[in-house]
Design a protein. Structure first.
Length: 276
Protein backbone atom coordinates (compact mmCIF):
# COMPACT_ATOMS: atom_id res chain seq x y z
CA UNK A 1 0.00 0.00 0.00
CA UNK A 2 1.74 3.12 -1.23
CA UNK A 3 2.11 6.36 0.69
CA UNK A 4 1.84 9.93 -0.51
CA UNK A 5 5.46 10.97 -0.91
CA UNK A 6 8.06 13.27 -2.32
CA UNK A 7 11.32 13.31 -4.21
CA UNK A 8 14.45 12.99 -2.07
CA UNK A 9 16.71 15.88 -3.00
CA UNK A 10 19.50 15.69 -0.43
CA UNK A 11 22.04 13.24 0.97
CA UNK A 12 20.90 13.42 4.59
CA UNK A 13 21.01 10.29 6.69
CA UNK A 14 17.31 10.55 7.48
CA UNK A 15 15.41 8.01 9.56
CA UNK A 16 16.35 4.38 9.03
CA UNK A 17 14.96 1.76 11.43
CA UNK A 18 17.26 -1.24 11.90
CA UNK A 19 15.70 -4.55 12.96
CA UNK A 20 17.16 -7.15 15.29
CA UNK A 21 17.03 -10.88 14.55
CA UNK A 22 13.68 -11.47 16.28
CA UNK A 23 12.05 -8.51 14.55
CA UNK A 24 13.36 -9.69 11.18
CA UNK A 25 11.86 -13.13 11.82
CA UNK A 26 8.49 -11.59 12.66
CA UNK A 27 8.47 -9.33 9.58
CA UNK A 28 9.47 -12.28 7.38
CA UNK A 29 6.50 -14.28 8.71
CA UNK A 30 4.12 -11.35 8.15
CA UNK A 31 5.40 -10.86 4.61
CA UNK A 32 4.95 -14.56 3.86
CA UNK A 33 1.34 -14.32 5.00
CA UNK A 34 0.73 -11.28 2.78
CA UNK A 35 2.33 -13.03 -0.20
CA UNK A 36 0.27 -16.18 0.34
CA UNK A 37 -2.95 -14.17 0.39
CA UNK A 38 -1.88 -12.27 -2.74
CA UNK A 39 -1.17 -15.53 -4.56
CA UNK A 40 -4.59 -16.93 -3.68
CA UNK A 41 -6.40 -13.76 -4.69
CA UNK A 42 -4.59 -13.52 -8.03
CA UNK A 43 -5.64 -17.09 -8.83
CA UNK A 44 -9.27 -15.93 -8.62
CA UNK A 45 -8.93 -13.09 -11.13
CA UNK A 46 -11.17 -13.97 -14.06
CA UNK A 47 -13.71 -12.25 -16.32
CA UNK A 48 -17.08 -11.88 -14.61
CA UNK A 49 -15.77 -11.52 -11.05
CA UNK A 50 -16.59 -8.29 -9.24
CA UNK A 51 -13.99 -6.59 -7.07
CA UNK A 52 -16.11 -6.69 -3.90
CA UNK A 53 -16.20 -10.49 -3.99
CA UNK A 54 -12.46 -10.55 -4.65
CA UNK A 55 -11.86 -8.32 -1.63
CA UNK A 56 -14.05 -10.55 0.53
CA UNK A 57 -12.08 -13.59 -0.65
CA UNK A 58 -8.95 -11.77 0.50
CA UNK A 59 -10.59 -11.21 3.88
CA UNK A 60 -11.29 -14.94 4.21
CA UNK A 61 -7.74 -15.88 3.21
CA UNK A 62 -6.34 -13.45 5.79
CA UNK A 63 -8.61 -14.89 8.49
CA UNK A 64 -7.58 -18.45 7.59
CA UNK A 65 -3.95 -17.53 8.25
CA UNK A 66 -4.91 -15.96 11.60
CA UNK A 67 -3.78 -12.53 10.47
CA UNK A 68 -5.45 -9.13 10.08
CA UNK A 69 -5.75 -6.73 7.19
CA UNK A 70 -3.40 -3.79 7.75
CA UNK A 71 -5.35 -1.53 5.38
CA UNK A 72 -8.87 -2.15 6.74
CA UNK A 73 -9.85 0.94 8.75
CA UNK A 74 -6.47 2.54 7.95
CA UNK A 75 -6.95 6.20 8.77
CA UNK A 76 -5.55 9.34 7.16
CA UNK A 77 -7.03 12.44 8.78
CA UNK A 78 -10.78 11.92 8.82
CA UNK A 79 -10.73 9.32 6.03
CA UNK A 80 -10.98 5.63 6.95
CA UNK A 81 -10.21 2.96 4.35
CA UNK A 82 -13.26 0.62 4.13
CA UNK A 83 -11.88 -2.49 2.38
CA UNK A 84 -9.58 -5.36 3.34
CA UNK A 85 -7.34 -5.12 0.27
CA UNK A 86 -6.68 -2.51 -2.42
CA UNK A 87 -8.04 -3.44 -5.86
CA UNK A 88 -7.25 -0.97 -8.65
CA UNK A 89 -8.57 -1.59 -12.18
CA UNK A 90 -7.22 -0.18 -15.45
CA UNK A 91 -6.64 3.58 -14.94
CA UNK A 92 -6.84 3.26 -11.14
CA UNK A 93 -3.29 3.68 -9.84
CA UNK A 94 -3.59 2.69 -6.17
CA UNK A 95 -6.03 2.23 -3.28
CA UNK A 96 -9.06 1.15 -5.31
CA UNK A 97 -12.00 -0.06 -3.22
CA UNK A 98 -13.78 -3.30 -4.08
CA UNK A 99 -17.30 -2.86 -5.46
CA UNK A 100 -20.16 -5.09 -6.57
CA UNK A 101 -20.54 -2.78 -9.57
CA UNK A 102 -16.94 -3.20 -10.75
CA UNK A 103 -17.06 -6.38 -12.82
CA UNK A 104 -13.82 -7.54 -14.43
CA UNK A 105 -13.83 -8.03 -18.18
CA UNK A 106 -11.36 -9.66 -20.55
CA UNK A 107 -8.68 -7.14 -21.44
CA UNK A 108 -8.79 -5.36 -18.07
CA UNK A 109 -5.86 -5.24 -15.67
CA UNK A 110 -6.18 -5.24 -11.90
CA UNK A 111 -3.61 -4.37 -9.24
CA UNK A 112 -4.09 -6.56 -6.17
CA UNK A 113 -2.42 -4.97 -3.13
CA UNK A 114 -2.36 -6.98 0.10
CA UNK A 115 -0.97 -5.79 3.41
CA UNK A 116 -1.38 -7.94 6.51
CA UNK A 117 -0.60 -7.68 10.20
CA UNK A 118 0.67 -10.89 11.77
CA UNK A 119 1.97 -11.15 15.35
CA UNK A 120 2.29 -7.38 15.49
CA UNK A 121 4.24 -6.86 12.26
CA UNK A 122 3.31 -5.89 8.71
CA UNK A 123 3.84 -7.57 5.35
CA UNK A 124 3.00 -5.71 2.14
CA UNK A 125 2.99 -6.73 -1.54
CA UNK A 126 1.21 -6.07 -4.82
CA UNK A 127 0.90 -7.51 -8.32
CA UNK A 128 -0.91 -6.27 -11.42
CA UNK A 129 -2.75 -9.07 -13.18
CA UNK A 130 -4.13 -9.30 -16.71
CA UNK A 131 -7.77 -10.37 -16.86
CA UNK A 132 -7.55 -13.18 -19.41
CA UNK A 133 -5.89 -11.80 -22.55
CA UNK A 134 -4.80 -8.17 -22.79
CA UNK A 135 -3.47 -6.04 -25.63
CA UNK A 136 0.30 -6.41 -26.30
CA UNK A 137 1.07 -2.82 -25.23
CA UNK A 138 -0.77 -3.39 -21.96
CA UNK A 139 1.15 -6.60 -21.30
CA UNK A 140 4.37 -4.69 -21.97
CA UNK A 141 3.33 -2.13 -19.33
CA UNK A 142 3.04 -4.97 -16.81
CA UNK A 143 6.35 -6.53 -17.86
CA UNK A 144 8.27 -3.25 -17.70
CA UNK A 145 6.78 -2.29 -14.33
CA UNK A 146 7.68 -5.66 -12.81
CA UNK A 147 11.18 -5.51 -14.30
CA UNK A 148 11.68 -2.03 -12.84
CA UNK A 149 10.75 -3.34 -9.39
CA UNK A 150 13.41 -6.05 -9.59
CA UNK A 151 16.01 -3.55 -10.79
CA UNK A 152 15.14 -1.39 -7.79
CA UNK A 153 15.48 -4.39 -5.48
CA UNK A 154 18.91 -5.20 -6.93
CA UNK A 155 20.00 -1.65 -6.06
CA UNK A 156 18.86 -2.05 -2.44
CA UNK A 157 22.32 -2.90 -1.14
CA UNK A 158 24.12 -2.03 2.05
CA UNK A 159 25.77 1.39 1.73
CA UNK A 160 23.80 2.49 -1.33
CA UNK A 161 21.60 5.51 -0.93
CA UNK A 162 17.83 5.31 -1.33
CA UNK A 163 18.20 7.33 -4.53
CA UNK A 164 20.03 4.38 -6.10
CA UNK A 165 16.77 2.39 -5.88
CA UNK A 166 14.76 5.34 -7.19
CA UNK A 167 17.08 5.88 -10.15
CA UNK A 168 17.16 2.18 -11.08
CA UNK A 169 13.35 2.03 -11.22
CA UNK A 170 13.00 5.25 -13.19
CA UNK A 171 15.63 4.24 -15.74
CA UNK A 172 13.83 0.99 -16.64
CA UNK A 173 10.39 2.60 -16.78
CA UNK A 174 11.37 5.54 -18.95
CA UNK A 175 13.49 3.39 -21.25
CA UNK A 176 10.32 1.37 -21.79
CA UNK A 177 8.43 4.51 -22.80
CA UNK A 178 6.24 4.79 -19.70
CA UNK A 179 5.92 7.25 -16.80
CA UNK A 180 6.73 6.82 -13.11
CA UNK A 181 4.11 8.10 -10.66
CA UNK A 182 5.49 10.96 -8.54
CA UNK A 183 2.69 11.38 -6.00
CA UNK A 184 2.98 7.97 -4.31
CA UNK A 185 6.14 6.19 -3.15
CA UNK A 186 7.42 3.07 -1.42
CA UNK A 187 8.24 3.07 2.27
CA UNK A 188 9.77 1.37 5.26
CA UNK A 189 7.63 -1.20 7.06
CA UNK A 190 7.63 -2.93 10.45
CA UNK A 191 5.15 -2.53 13.27
CA UNK A 192 3.49 0.20 11.23
CA UNK A 193 2.37 0.01 7.61
CA UNK A 194 4.18 3.19 6.61
CA UNK A 195 7.54 3.96 8.19
CA UNK A 196 10.68 5.79 7.14
CA UNK A 197 12.45 5.87 4.81
CA UNK A 198 10.32 6.88 1.86
CA UNK A 199 11.35 5.10 -1.35
CA UNK A 200 10.47 7.23 -4.41
CA UNK A 201 10.50 5.58 -7.82
CA UNK A 202 12.36 8.49 -9.39
CA UNK A 203 15.39 10.55 -8.47
CA UNK A 204 19.17 10.75 -8.48
CA UNK A 205 21.35 7.85 -7.29
CA UNK A 206 23.34 10.00 -4.87
CA UNK A 207 20.34 11.31 -2.94
CA UNK A 208 18.71 10.08 0.23
CA UNK A 209 19.91 8.24 3.34
CA UNK A 210 22.28 5.29 3.11
CA UNK A 211 20.72 1.84 3.41
CA UNK A 212 21.72 0.00 6.58
CA UNK A 213 21.80 -3.69 7.41
CA UNK A 214 18.50 -4.80 8.93
CA UNK A 215 16.41 -2.08 7.28
CA UNK A 216 13.11 -3.35 5.78
CA UNK A 217 11.52 -1.48 2.88
CA UNK A 218 8.69 -1.86 0.40
CA UNK A 219 9.83 -1.24 -3.17
CA UNK A 220 6.77 -0.57 -5.31
CA UNK A 221 6.85 1.07 -8.74
CA UNK A 222 3.56 2.58 -9.89
CA UNK A 223 3.68 3.25 -13.63
CA UNK A 224 1.33 4.88 -16.14
CA UNK A 225 1.16 4.20 -19.87
CA UNK A 226 0.60 7.93 -20.40
CA UNK A 227 1.76 10.87 -18.32
CA UNK A 228 2.59 10.49 -14.65
CA UNK A 229 -0.02 12.93 -13.27
CA UNK A 230 -2.80 11.52 -11.09
CA UNK A 231 -6.17 12.68 -9.82
CA UNK A 232 -8.30 11.54 -6.91
CA UNK A 233 -11.68 9.86 -7.18
CA UNK A 234 -14.68 11.11 -5.22
CA UNK A 235 -14.22 8.33 -2.62
CA UNK A 236 -11.13 10.17 -1.36
CA UNK A 237 -8.93 7.08 -1.65
CA UNK A 238 -8.68 5.87 -5.22
CA UNK A 239 -5.94 7.55 -7.27
CA UNK A 240 -6.38 7.48 -11.05
CA UNK A 241 -4.15 8.44 -13.95
CA UNK A 242 -5.13 11.99 -14.89
CA UNK A 243 -5.17 11.19 -18.62
CA UNK A 244 -7.15 7.95 -18.26
CA UNK A 245 -4.24 5.73 -19.31
CA UNK A 246 -3.68 2.25 -17.84
CA UNK A 247 -1.56 1.94 -14.71
CA UNK A 248 0.45 -0.94 -13.21
CA UNK A 249 1.81 -1.55 -9.70
CA UNK A 250 4.19 -4.20 -8.36
CA UNK A 251 5.56 -4.44 -4.82
CA UNK A 252 7.77 -6.60 -2.60
CA UNK A 253 8.82 -6.32 1.03
CA UNK A 254 12.63 -6.44 1.11
CA UNK A 255 15.26 -6.59 3.86
CA UNK A 256 18.77 -5.20 3.47
CA UNK A 257 21.28 -7.91 4.43
CA UNK A 258 25.06 -7.63 4.41
CA UNK A 259 25.14 -10.05 1.45
CA UNK A 260 22.49 -8.13 -0.50
CA UNK A 261 18.72 -7.62 -0.62
CA UNK A 262 16.34 -10.43 0.34
CA UNK A 263 12.72 -10.53 -0.80
CA UNK A 264 10.53 -11.42 2.19
CA UNK A 265 7.12 -11.44 0.48
CA UNK A 266 7.39 -15.02 -0.75
CA UNK A 267 4.28 -17.26 -0.50
CA UNK A 268 4.46 -20.09 2.02
CA UNK A 269 6.02 -23.15 0.40
CA UNK A 270 7.33 -21.27 -2.65
CA UNK A 271 10.60 -19.75 -3.77
CA UNK A 272 11.33 -16.73 -5.94
CA UNK A 273 14.06 -16.67 -8.58
CA UNK A 274 17.41 -15.56 -7.18
CA UNK A 275 18.38 -11.94 -7.80
CA UNK A 276 21.28 -11.62 -10.23
Amino acid sequence: MAIVGREITDCSRGSMIVRNAQQMKSIREAAQVAATVLDKMCALVTPGMNTYDLDQAGRRFIDELEAESACYKYQVGSRIYPAYTCLSVNDEVVHGIGSLDRVLREGDIISVDVCTRYNGYIGDNCRTMPVARVAPDVQRLLDVTEASMYEGIKAARLGNRVGKISHAVQRVVEKGGFSVIRDFVGHGVGRNLHEEPQIPNFGKPGNGPKLREGCVVCIEPMVNMGKYSVKMASDGWTALSADGSRSAHFEHTVIINKDGPEILSVPLGKELPALV
